[in-house]
Write a protein that binds this ligand. Structure first.
Ligand code: FAD
Length: 485
């Protein structure tokens, strides 16, 4: 009467179907997490992800301990470790969350095969999406490639079932199962310890996730439609993305909690004509759509969804790439975003689009270079959303801004950071420059710069690329290499 529950990107006890079903089947449950640093190849976990994972695992182990169980930690190839542990524990079944990530899907196949040799059942359950991704099809049975009709279809489906209650009581099987010590995995940075900003900004783990969700839904959901585009407003968005990425919360929980909060008679419409709730649901559906795209296009992290873009000759520009990564491009809104990313492992969505556009269009550096940097530095680095979003901005996806639509970072800065709160917070050298010039200091009269104590090229860089030239070069490349072919 033992079952094994294999935790992966679902580090929670509530709305956890693998755990709930294991408990219905067996009295004893062995909880396991396996770290495989090499799995994923180029997409092995990045530095910021490892930081988050450490803290999230510590929180999960504590919660499992409080419920009476233990979390066994092992490092290595899960396809060997899981079957070995399951047979050691005499388990009749192994339960885990289903993933849309190619590496995990392949791993599932290997684990299932190995378990079958021991007559142990393998059961995977939906944990990280609202719907079963295979069931969503167009009327002619095709896979969606465009968000809007996909989202319309999702909204027309019956709501996902309400979340399962948290598991409160667990019995570990008899016997002693060897476990690594989390500290011995050394997932946290030491020399240098770059995680100070992360520690200040986040509270990884299921409890922290719920606290953040409750606060956002109670106080900020109504205004979401208007405030979600203002990066200087720190309460404008939920900042739930890393919690969702690690499965400390499920989209189902967020979906239902938002509906409940909205049901409390506060469904005000913003200037967009939609309620904050409606807009928020739309973003959760973007998350769903990214998972759906990866599920149906396993090469999405590496290859453009539109093959024509394989012809585009991206530039090799180590200097430009480095200036971008370090927040030293001389374009204030871009530098603010890249520094926010470095500092807290997260960047506002509007600014992710602006920074990604500068890299892939003005600098004409491939989206995969940007994707890899985000992957390493984001605490919410998610294979599906990251690759789908990069392809969206680069214009290489099926559902994209066309390539020739190029974000102008100055116009974007003026529109979405009109009082400069965001730029001044992350690029303090520009603190004293007036609003008029803040988003394009290279145009400022010498006297203005002097008054603000800035010497361009000294205290703050001159732009790494002329915005007009960069734009023209991108358009020409698109015309000559992609469209002409
Ligand atoms: P909110 O505005 O509060 O939205 C709630 C939730 O909806 C988010 O937590 C997220 O799960 C989902 N969501 C919101 N916006 C989007 C979006 N545009 N696409 C898909 N889902 C969305 N998000 C990631 O979670 N991981 C990534 O690796 C990632 N990489 C990105 C790379 C680029 C180039 C761009 C343009 C966007 C990327 N995003 C990524 C999407 C988006 O920027 C973040 O999900 C969002 O900023 C998270 O902040 P939030 O939780 O406050 O979002």
């Amino acid at each position: 009467d033992t079952a094994l529950v294999w935790f992966r990107n679902d580090l929670r006890l509530a709305d956890h179907r693998p755990l709930t079903e294991a408990l219905q089947e067996a009295r004893h449950v062995l909880c396991v997490f396996v770290l495989d640093r090499k799995a994923g190849g180029a997409w092995a976990l990045g530095g910021a992800s490892l930081w988050w994972l450490h803290h999230s695992l510590a929180a999960l182990a504590e919660a499992i301990g409080k419920a009476g169980g233990t979390l066994i930690l092992r490092e290595g190839d899960a396809a060997k470790i899981i079957p070995a542990l399951a047979s050691e524990a005499g388990a009749a079944s192994v339960h885990c969350g289903r993933s849309h990530e190619p590496v995990l899907r392949e791993l599932d196949r290997r684990v299932e095969k190995a378990l079958a040799q021991h007559d142990i059942a393998f059961r995977s359950h939906r944990v990280s999406t609202l719907f079963e991704l295979d069931t969503i099809r167009t009327q002619t049975g095709k896979v969606y490639g465009v968000y809007t009709p996909f989202a319309r279809t999702c909204r027309g489906l019956p709501d996902p079932e309400p979340p399962l209650p948290p598991v409160k009581q667990l019995h570990a099987p008899d016997g002693k199962f060897a476990s690594d010590r989390l500290e011995d995995w050394h997932l946290l940075p030491t020399r240098p310890d770059w995680a100070g900003g992360l520690r200040d900004a986040w509270n990884p783990g299921e409890a922290g996730a719920h606290a953040r969700m409750q606060r956002f839904l109670a106080d900020h959901l109504d205004d979401y439609g208007d405030s979600r585009n203002i990066p200087g407003n720190e309460d404008g968005t939920s900042m739930l993305s890393p919690h969702l990425r690690w499965g400390e919360l499920s989209p189902v929980q967020v979906w239902h909690a938002a509906r409940e909060a909205n049901g409390q008679g506060r469904a005000r419409k913003g200037s967009t004509g939609r309620s904050g709730f409606d807009t928020f649901q739309g973003e959760i559906l973007w998350h769903e759509f990214a998972a759906y795209l990866l599920h149906h296009n396993p090469a999405m992290p590496d290859e453009p969804l539109r093959p024509a873009y394989n012809r585009l000759r991206w530039r090799h520009d180590p200097r430009g790439l480095q200036a971008w990564q370090r927040g030293q491009t001389g374009v204030p809104i871009v530098d603010a975003g890249m520094r926010q990313l470095w500092h807290i492992g997260w960047m506002h969505n509007r600014v992710r689009m602006i920074t990604a556009s500068l890299l892939t269009k003005h600098l004409l550096v491939s989206w995969q270079e940007g994707e890899a940097w985000f992957w390493d530095t984001l605490v919410d680095g998610d294979l599906a959303t990251n690759s789908a979003s990069w392809q969206w901005v680069a214009g290489t996806g099926t559902d994209s801004q066309p390539f020739f639509r190029i974000f102008n970072p100055v116009t974007q800065g003026r529109k979405f950071d009109p009082d400069g709160a965001y730029v001044r917070r992350w690029v303090p050298e520009l603190q004293r420059l007036g609003d008029r010039w803040l988003h394009e200091p290279w145009e400022a009269p010498e006297a203005e710069l002097e008054r603000a104590g800035i010497r361009l090229g000294d205290h703050y860089p001159r732009p790494v690329i002329s915005l007009t030239e960069g734009r023209d070069r991108a358009l020409a490349a698109f015309r000559n290499e992609v469209r002409a072919a």
